[in-house]
Every structure is written in structure tokens, then in C-alpha cells.
Design a protein around this ligand. Structure first.
Ligand SMILES: [Zn+2]
Length: 491
């Protein structure tokens, strides 16, 4: 390319790269100190790691609502910033718990510490017959009711990873099995389930982390097997709680486009206190995960409030509960949307925005996203980065791998173009008690938040809507969901 041609290109490119006067003003209001304030409070020991549910999470919700009030965001119907989600907390007493599988080389007795009940239909039985069922593969079919009814099902996987898997698991639990046992990760502490927690007319399910169980069932073919299970599953205690998504609204200024929404979100919960951690500090403060994303969301709201700007589309600011328990708050909203998902043009979710010490190297002036090339938002991110001196980049592996690992997944499942923006993927204190507020780089956080402000503003101001970009089986199902959501042809 000749120099002359290059000059011509630069001149052409400039207007694209430059910020509009509104964007100049908006980004100039983003403050590192403001975000330091939010993170240092949300990640303080007082809030005890913001477990879902916990008093610390309640304090965080009130804090976020207070910020919305301060910024003049509109509340929801009834004048509240809280979208209430009824859940029940069940504490499984493991006293008297017993689970023995006989018929292998030697009896396998599952220890209470390696067992977790997912649904709570207590009871006991002796020497029940077993059926092996494999549902892990996407195309695996449910067994016939006659095969599993009254039997103990030995399932090949816990089926949590995707909605399709979860739907299959739920269908299996309705086939009259006496008990379903699956290998998986056992989390200590109380279990959360939606609704009032009344016992349901479905099979109880037990997850075990005992590797011997996985080894025992791995070689078995599907169908009746010559194992016998005896169990005693004690009665759980139940308590109802109201969990809270914290939602505030900046109404759009355009008569038509204001009926469409840009959903700006982060999760405000973390994993709480882990008494089993070695050493003095047992509080998982969750500063970077995800007080940092919450602070970015709040800072965007603050910048708009101070600027007095109202973009054409309506901005919906949301802090979710229960991300660490399986995207609970985001999924609750996706099932019970306050603002129509059909008219929600994008979800920009924020995680890990403060730490720059990614285990793969320092991430100064760099911003990445999950599902980076799944939607047109990736290109927008690159452009906004160029205009704000930030490199937006796709991680060859993590950008795809992290897509299902945050709240954006709940919206992508419904078809909404949804990504999670982040500075670091994995950092040294990830999900450890050392995720403290003073380890974040707030100047860098302000820098990348300016990029985020430009992205939000361009989505909110543009007549064009973000779209899924076909990437084969990497995002096919979201495109299908989008077609369903928008009635075939899109909006
Ligand atoms: Zn997180």
C-alpha cells in the first residue's frame, strides 16, 4: 500500500475512531476513586463474602439500591429497586445418612461429606434394584418409564452444564425412579431451590463426589445392572427467603427506541465464608469477582446521571444475586423479565474488571469478552477501544470457554445478544480468600470502563441493533433462540 493511500485511509478512519462530544463528556466522568469506594465496601469483611443468601448479600443489595437512588435511576413498579425472587433454603441434616451400593467387588459406602441431596424427598429403602442411564451426550435419549420406575438410577453425569441437559435431567426425575445418583461436585452448606421448597412429586437426586462411584458405573452398559442400593436420606429443614435482583432504569429519550432496552449487568454475590480454608482468612471477599463488575455497572449509571445525558434506548442497570450458585438471579430475570426480552437489544455483563494480573500476563489497557466474535458487539468493542486507547481482544480459548460461565448465558439462551466483558480471565486469587479490594488497579479499571461507556452509548444511540454472527455450532443455538424470540425474522 502506498503512503498516499495510507494517508487517505487514516483520514477516512478518523471520524470512526473519534468520540462524539456526548461520549467525551460521559467518559470524562468515569472515576477510579468512585469505583475504589464501591469495591472496598462491597468486598469488605463486614459483608462476609456476599453468599447467596446471607446478611452480607442483603447489605450489598441495599448499598446498590442506595447508589441507584443517588443517581436518580427510576425504580420498578411499586417504587422499589428490588425484583424479589422467592427461594427456599434447605439444610440437609446428614445425621443418620446412609448410602451403600452393593454388588460390585466390594460394597461402596458413600460418606455424608461426599454426598449432596438436590431434591429432598426423604426416605429409606433396602437393596433396591438399579438401572444405569447415560444422558451426558447431547443426543442421548431418555430411558422408558418402565425401565426406571421404582429403581435407583445410576446416572453418568449431574447434567448441569447446559439448559438442554438440565431439561433432560428434570424429565428423568419425572419417570418415577426411587432415587437418582450422579457423580459431581459437592458444595458444602445449604441448598437453594426456587419457590417455597415444598416436596415435589419427583425423584430425589443425590450427587456424590466419591471417585469410586464414577469408577463403579463407568464400565456398565445402559439398562438394568446387578447392583443394589440401600439408603437412608434424612428429613431436611426448610426456610423461605426472598432473594433480590437490584434493578434501576434510565429511560430512553427517543419515543420509539426508548421502548427497547440495553441491559447492563454484573453479579453482586460471591461465595461467602469457607470454614474449611486453611489459615486465618476464611472470607472470600470477591473484590474482583464480582464487586469490580458491580462497580463498573454503577459507575456507568453515575456517569450518565452526572452528564445529564439520556440515550435513545432505555438503559436497564441490574445487579444479580446467586451467580456463583448457578446464574440464579440472571436466570430468574430471564424467566420473569421486567422489560421484554424481545425488545432487549443486548446484555453487556461485567466480570473481573479490576485485576490486571491475569495468570497469562499483565492486562494493562486491554479488554476482552466472552463470546467475542459471537455477535457484532465484538467489533463495536474493538472500535470503542480504538477511540479510548484500549486494545479489545479475543482470547483463542477462553473467549469461548467462559461464555457459559457468567450471567450472559442466561440471556443468550433466550436469544438476546449477550456477552461478558472482562480484563482478566483467571487471576491468582480467583475464588480464594485473597481476592481483596486493594489488589485492583483502579486507574486501569477507569480506563477500560471508559471503553465500556462508549460501547453502551453506541448500542443505546444506534438505530442498528447488535446481531449474532453465525459461527457454526459455537453459537448456532443462540441464533435459533433469537429467531424464536423475535418471531423468525428478527426485530
Ligand atoms: Zn463472577
Amino acid at each position: 500500500m502506498s503512503l498516499r493511500a495510507a494517508r487517505f485511509l487514516i483520514v477516512l478512519a478518523l471520524p470512526l475512531l473519534a468520540l462524539t462530544p456526548d461520549e467525551e463528556k460521559l467518559t470524562s466522568l468515569i472515576s477510579a476513586d468512585s469505583m475504589r469506594g464501591h469495591v472496598s465496601f462491597l468486598a469488605s469483611d463486614l459483608l462476609e463474602g456476599r453468599d447467596t443468601p446471607s446478611p452480607g448479600l442483603e447489605i450489598a443489595a441495599e448499598y446498590i439500591a442506595a447508589q441507584y437512588r443517588r443517581f436518580g435511576l427510576q425504580p420498578l413498579a411499586g417504587g422499589t429497586y428490588f425484583q424479589l425472587a422467592p427461594y427456599s433454603v434447605m439444610r440437609q441434616s446428614m445425621e443418620g445418612f446412609r448410602l451403600v451400593i452393593e454388588g460390585g467387588e466390594q460394597p461402596l459406602s458413600i460418606e455424608p461429606a461426599r454426598a449432596m441431596m438436590l431434591s429432598m424427598t426423604p426416605g429409606s429403602f433396602e437393596a433396591a434394584g438399579c438401572v444405569k442411564v447415560s444422558l451426558r451426550q447431547e443426543d442421548a435419549e431418555l430411558p422408558a418409564r418402565e425401565m426406571v420406575e421404582g429403581k435407583v438410577v445410576l446416572l453418568d453425569a449431574a447434567l448441569f452444564r447446559t439448559r438442554a441437559m438440565a431439561a433432560k435431567r428434570d424429565a428423568l426425575l419425572n419417570l418415577g425412579a426411587k432415587l437418582v445418583i450422579a457423580p459431581g461436585f459437592v458444595m458444602p452448606g445449604p441448598r437453594l431451590t426456587p419457590g417455597d421448597g415444598a416436596p415435589q412429586d419427583r425423584s430425589p437426586m443425590l450427587i456424590t463426589s466419591d471417585p469410586a462411584f464414577r469408577e463403579l458405573i463407568a464400565p456398565l452398559a445402559d439398562g438394568p445392572v446387578s447392583l443394589r442400593v440401600s439408603a437412608r436420606l434424612p428429613e431436611p429443614e426448610r426456610e423461605t427467603v426472598q432473594l433480590k435482583n437490584v434493578i434501576g432504569v434510565l429511560p430512553g429519550s427517543d419515543p420509539e427506541l426508548s421502548k427497547t432496552y440495553v441491559l447492563i449487568s454484573a453479579h453482586y454475590d460471591h461465595v461467602g465464608v469457607n470454614p474449611r480454608v486453611q489459615g486465618e482468612d476464611k472470607i472470600h471477599n470477591g473484590a474482583n469477582d464480582d464487586a469490580s463488575g458491580t462497580a463498573v455497572m454503577l459507575e456507568l449509571a453515575r456517569a450518565y446521571a452526572l452528564s445529564g445525558q439520556r440515550p435513545k434506548r432505555t438503559l436497564v442497570f441490574a445487579a444479580w444475586f446467586g451467580e456463583e450458585k448457578g446464574l440464579l438471579g440472571a436466570r430468574f430475570y430471564a424467566q420473569n423479565p421486567v422489560f421484554s426480552l424481545k425488545n432487549t437489544v443486548a446484555n453487556l455483563n461485567f466480570e473481573h474488571m479490576g485485576r490486571t494480573d491475569d495468570v497469562e500476563g499483565a492486562q494493562i489497557g486491554r479488554l476482552t469478552a466472552s463470546g467475542f466474535d459471537y455477535t457484532t458487539l465484538g467489533d463495536l468493542l474493538i472500535e470503542a477501544g480504538q477511540a479510548t486507547d484500549v486494545v479489545a481482544w479475543k482470547h483463542e480459548r477462553n473467549s469461548d470457554a467462559f461464555f457459559p460461565r457468567s450471567d450472559n448465558q442466561a440471556f443468550a439462551d433466550q436469544g438476546v445478544p449477550a456477552i461478558t466483558l472482562a480484563v482478566a480471565w483467571i487471576f491468582p486469587d480467583y475464588h480464594r480468600p485473597g481476592d481483596h479490594w486493594d489488589l485492583l488497579d483502579y486507574d486501569n479499571m477507569a480506563r477500560v470502563t471508559r471503553t465500556c461507556a462508549v460501547v453502551v452509548n453506541r448500542v443505546a444511540e444506534s438505530e442498528d441493533i447488535p446481531k449474532w454472527v453465525p459461527r457454526g455450532d459455537r453459537n448456532e443455538r443462540y441464533i435459533e433462540a433469537w429467531k424464536k424470540l423475535t418471531g423468525g425474522e428478527g426485530r
